[in-house]
Design a protein around this ligand. Structure first.
Ligand code: SF4
Length: 303
């Protein structure tokens, strides 16, 4: 163990802090975390009242730490790098969503958790990529405004053709850098490999996938599958998790471009700094927090 890793482990115990990390964070961060997961898994962990720690250090991007703060108002939530944003979350604004809502009275606003607390607060319910199809199917409304990811929204619409889905024009730049021609090349190099894709991918990637799901669902699929080789059309740090958990199997990235620069801003040095100095506390305006929390809790109840 490196000196910095040992210091982080020691301080974590002394300060009664839980380290959570998203599967897109760099390997050295995943190795330091108490729990590594996708948005749904991390939301559940944040909301889990049986977790004894009273502090959460959230290694991910800002909206994720904000979600943890919403779900655990009695705990202090810190983020190693407060400027780790999500470009897709920043593509939607609360005023715009309210305007769209007014144009479609009676429609339910369904918001992907990859969004700001302010946007969640004007939404009827949140979803993750793991539960979006199930939740939209369960809603009584026939008309849905889906915010902010047009790719996930289009994927949901294709699964539930009897609902009208109005798409917000947001997207994940990292997943959209994974192009069909890159995938074709990797498939030609590894013809036996199954293709795992994420609903944030472009449709021409999803059309070539053997399995489509959230990162957590991809992990379960790869572990249970009899196949030994997989091409992963998602953020490349997910491959570290997949390789660590399945050492006998092979995982190939589609392109070195599939990296989320904001997730990369999480470093052991910044994690140590937060533990030492208790800086970068994440807080959400109370009026916004109550409404945003309701949208997330509705999701957890329906999941
Ligand atoms: S991978 Fe995409 S959606 Fe996820 S945090 Fe990065 S930019 Fe946002």
């Amino acid at each position: 163990m490196t000196e910095i890793a040992a210091r982080i482990q020691q301080l974590k115990r002394e300060k009664n802090a839980l380290i959570l990390a998203h599967v897109y964070t760099p390997p050295e961060i995943q190795d330091l975390a108490d729990f590594v997961g996708d948005s749904l898994g991390l939301s559940r962990k944040s909301a889990d009242a049986s977790v004894p720690q009273d502090k959460i250090i959230f290694c991910g991007v800002y909206f994720m730490a904000e979600t943890a703060a919403l779900l655990s108002p009695q705990k202090k939530v810190f983020i190693p790098e407060p400027n780790a944003g999500c470009p897709m979350a920043d593509m939607a604004d609360a005023d715009g969503v309210v305007k769209l809502k007014n144009m479609h009275p009676g429609a339910a606003v369904v918001t992907y958790v990859n969004s700001t607390a302010a946007v969640k607060a004007v939404s009827d319910i949140c979803v993750t990529s793991a539960n979006a199809v199930d939740i939209v199917r369960k809603l009584p409304q026939k008309k849905i405004i889906f915010v902010p990811d047009r790719s996930l929204g289009a994927y949901v619409a294709a699964q539930i053709p009897d609902k009208e889905i109005i798409l917000w024009p947001g997207f994940c730049p990292t997943h959209h850098r994974i192009l069909a021609e890159f995938l074709a090349r990797v498939k030609a190099e590894h013809p036996q490999a199954l293709v795992l894709a994420h609903p944030e991918n472009n449709k021409n990637i999803l059309d070539q996938a053997d399995f489509i799901g959230s990162t957590g669902q991809m992990q379960k699929y790869a572990a249970a599958s009899a196949a030994e080789e997989f091409i992963v059309a998602s953020e490349n740090n997910l491959l570290y998790r997949l390789r660590t958990d399945n050492p006998a199997k092979k995982f190939y990235p589609v392109t070195p471009l599939a990296v989320c620069p904001n997730m990369k801003k999480n470093t052991p040095e910044k994690l140590l700094n937060v533990l030492e100095n208790e800086t970068n506390l994440v807080s959400v305006d109370t009026a916004v927090a109550d409404k945003a929390r309701q949208a997330i809790q509705k999701m957890l109840e329906l999941t």
